[in-house]
Design a binder for this molecule. Structure first.
Ligand SMILES: Cc1ncc(COP(=O)(O)O)c(C=O)c1O
Length: 371
C-alpha cells in the first residue's frame, strides 16, 4: 500500500521546540508566561488587530465572543449555515437560539441577501456569527454593513481562514470580536488552541478574566461571575510562536495545491471552490464540486481515493440539516446553495507536505473516475 496522504495534517519545523525548551528551562510550564504574552502580541501584529487572548481552542474563543456580544437565553443569533458545528454551538452554550442563514455561490459563505431577510423577520436580533469556510473570505464588508445598520454585533469565525485577506485586510478583523483556531488540521497549529481577537481592549481583558475562572482581585478565591478554564498554556503557545514564523510559507504551499488541482482537473466536469477577486484566500482546503448532471458522485470519488490510502472528506454538512438543529429556523432566498454544495462537493487532500508525485497520484485517481 502506498503511503497515506492526509487531508491536512500538522507540519512542524523545529523552531517550535526552541520556544518550548525555553519554557521548560525557565519552569514556565503554566497557563501563563512569556510564550503566551509574546504569541498574543505577535499574532495581533501579524493580523493587524489591537488585542488578542490566547485560549485552549477556537471554540473557547467563539464562546467568549458570544458572551461579549451579550447573548442571553432565548436570544436569536444569526449564524452561517455551511460551516463546522463549532461556529454555532457556543450560541447554545449561552442559551441563545441559532437562526441559520443560507450561503451564496460566489464564496459559499453567508449570503448578505439572506441576512437582510433574516433581519426583516427578526428585527430584534443583536448578534451575527459569520464563518470564512475553507479559508475563503465571506462578503465581509457587506455583511458587516448590514450588521451595523441593524445595531447587531458581528462575530467573525476566522478559524479556517488565518492569513486570508479581504480587500487587503486580514480576516479576523472584520467582526467586533473574532476567533481563530490552531487545531491540528489548521494552517498553523499548536496541537490545539485558539485566539480571541478584537480592537476593544476592555473586551479582551474581560475575556482573559473569564478564561481564568473569573477570579476577582482578592487574596482568596472570590467569584462574582461564572468562569472557565480556557487559557492557553505557555508550552502550547511556544508551538504557536514557532509555527507563526512559517505562516506565510504555509499559505503559499496551500495556494500551490489549489493551483495544481485547478490545472490537473481542467477539462473534467468539476469546479474548484470559488472566491472573490477582491479576496486572497488562505486555500486551507481545496474543494471541488461535480457539475450537475454528471453521474459521478463525490462519495464515489472519496471512496476511490480511500481505496488508494488517500484521505478526502465530504463538504461540511449544513447546520440546518443537522439533527441537533432540526427545530431551528433557516433563512433562504430561494436557492438551496448549502444543500447543493453538500450534495455535489468534496474536500480534497490539502496537506502542505504533499509532493508533486502525491498530487499526481491524487489527480490520476480522480481523473480515472471521469473517463
Ligand atoms: C469554522 C470553524 N470554527 C471553529 C472551529 C473550532 O476551532 P477549535 O477546534 O480550535 O475549537 C473550527 C475547527 O475546528 C472550524 O473549522
Amino acid at each position: 500500500m502506498d503511503k497515506r496522504i492526509f487531508l491536512s495534517s500538522p507540519t512542524m519545523h523545529g523552531e517550535e521546540q526552541v520556544f518550548i525548551k525555553e519554557a521548560f528551562d525557565t519552569n514556565w510550564v503554566a497557563p501563563l508566561g512569556k510564550n503566551v504574552n509574546e504569541f498574543e502580541k505577535e499574532m495581533a501584529a501579524y493580523i493587524g488587530v489591537g488585542h488578542a487572548a490566547a485560549l485552549t481552542a477556537g471554540t473557547a474563543a467563539l464562546h467568549l465572543a458570544v458572551k461579549l456580544a451579550g447573548v442571553k437565553p432565548g436570544d436569536k443569533v444569526f449564524c452561517s449555515d455551511l460551516t463546522f458545528s463549532a461556529t454555532v454551538n457556543p450560541v447554545r452554550y449561552e442559551g441563545g437560539e441559532q437562526v441559520f442563514i443560507e450561503s451564496e455561490r460566489e464564496t459559499w459563505n453567508m449570503d448578505p441577501r439572506a441576512l437582510e431577510k433574516a433581519f426583516a423577520k427578526y428585527p430584534d436580533c443583536k448578534c451575527v456569527v459569520v464563518a470564512n469556510l475553507y479559508g475563503t473570505p465571506a462578503k465581509l464588508d457587506e455583511l458587516r454593513a448590514i450588521c451595523d445598520d441593524h445595531g447587531a454585533v458581528m462575530i467573525e469565525d476566522a478559524a479556517e481562514s488565518l492569513s486570508a485577506t479581504y480587500k487587503g485586510q486580514q480576516t479576523g478583523t472584520f467582526g467586533q470580536y473574532n476567533a481563530i483556531s490552531f487545531n491540528g488540521n489548521k494552517i498553523i497549529t499548536t496541537s490545539g488552541g485558539g485566539m480571541l481577537l478584537s480592537d476593544d481592549e476592555a473586551a479582551v481583558a474581560k475575556a482573559r478574566f473569564w478564561a481564568t475562572q473569573a477570579r476577582e482581585p482578592f487574596p482568596w478565591y472570590e467569584h462574582k461571575e461564572i468562569g472557565y478554564n480556557y487559557r492557553m498554556s505557555n508550552i502550547v503557545a511556544g508551538i504557536g510562536r514557532g509555527q507563526l514564523l512559517h505562516l506565510d510559507e504555509h499559505r503559499q504551499l496551500k495556494e500551490d495545491i489549489y493551483r495544481t488541482y485547478e490545472a490537473g482537473l481542467a477539462g473534467l466536469p468539476v469546479k474548484m471552490n470559488p472566491y472573490l477577486d477582491c479576496s486572497r484566500p488562505n486555500f486551507w482546503l481545496s474543494c471541488m464540486t461535480i457539475d450537475p448532471g454528471c453521474p459521478v458522485t463525490p462519495e464515489q470519488v472519496r471512496l476511490a481515493l480511500e481505496a488508494e490510502n488517500i484521505e478526502a472528506r465530504p463538504i461540511w454538512k449544513p447546520m440546518h440539516l443537522q439533527p441537533l438543529y432540526a427545530a431551528n429556523d433557516f433563512i433562504t432566498v430561494g436557492d438551496r446553495v448549502g444543500e447543493d454544495i453538500f450534495a455535489r462537493g468534496l474536500c480534497l487532500p490539502s496537506d502542505i507536505k504533499n509532493t508533486p508525485e502525491d498530487m499526481e497520484r491524487i489527480i490520476s485517481v480522480i481523473k480515472g473516475l471521469f473517463t
